[in-house]
Design a protein around this ligand. Sequence first.
Ligand SMILES: [Zn+2]
Ligand SMILES: [Zn+2]
Length: 250
Amino acid sequence: MTGTFAGASAYHGMGFLTEAALHILLPRACAHCRGDIPLGDAEVLCLSCRELLPEPPDPACLRCGGTLGVRRDFCRSCAGRLFACRLVRAAAAHRGPAVSLVHAFKFRGLPCAARAAGRFMAREFARHGELAGFDALVPVPLHPRRERQRGYNQAEILAREVAAATGLPIMCFLERRHGKGPAWRMGKEERQTELSGAFAVRSGCEKDTTGKRLLLIDDVCATATTLEECARALREAGAADAAGWVFARA
Ligand SMILES: [Zn+2]
Ligand SMILES: [Zn+2]
């Protein structure tokens, strides 16, 4: 660690609120390499780690954006199938500094890390022509109990940054009814069972959903099961199109 009173290790055991307060008041270490971040800089990663955020997988499946071993159009899970979530694109690959940033907003209670990830998503948005033409952004909802514990829904913070850059409105059409367990801990089949029917269009939002082309916003995409379940709920309520734009692709 470098010479500042900084770094997650110094905060260890102090609790999320204390940590969030110190994050603003003291010079800090980069969440990935532990290098110094200057006082007053709101970033969570240092400049070099921000520049080293890994590119999304390439070659990637044209539908889900997942890594392909060999160059072909679709991965085995997507080939020959129809999906409610037409495509998934990611701003970064889920490794290196991208993992540290996700960890900071998911487990260390730092919403400023989600804002940093959202700014990166906003910058990368224009590189993906397939993301043009949507009517609104829809953040993937958390289970209400999990959102209370964390104090925020990171997908909403990401969506706010993308909305500020694109001018697209944010529509919180979805609610999460069950499946509060962390999906990243589960295997593919367990995840499928846990998430099946977990999302629904909020009552009263159905008529606003009809005919809309909606872009779901989430932090990490591992198997695209969450995005597919969200898109299914939107399409059942009459959405004309649904796709996903995530910060990091696992
Ligand atoms: Zn760094
Ligand atoms: Zn695929």
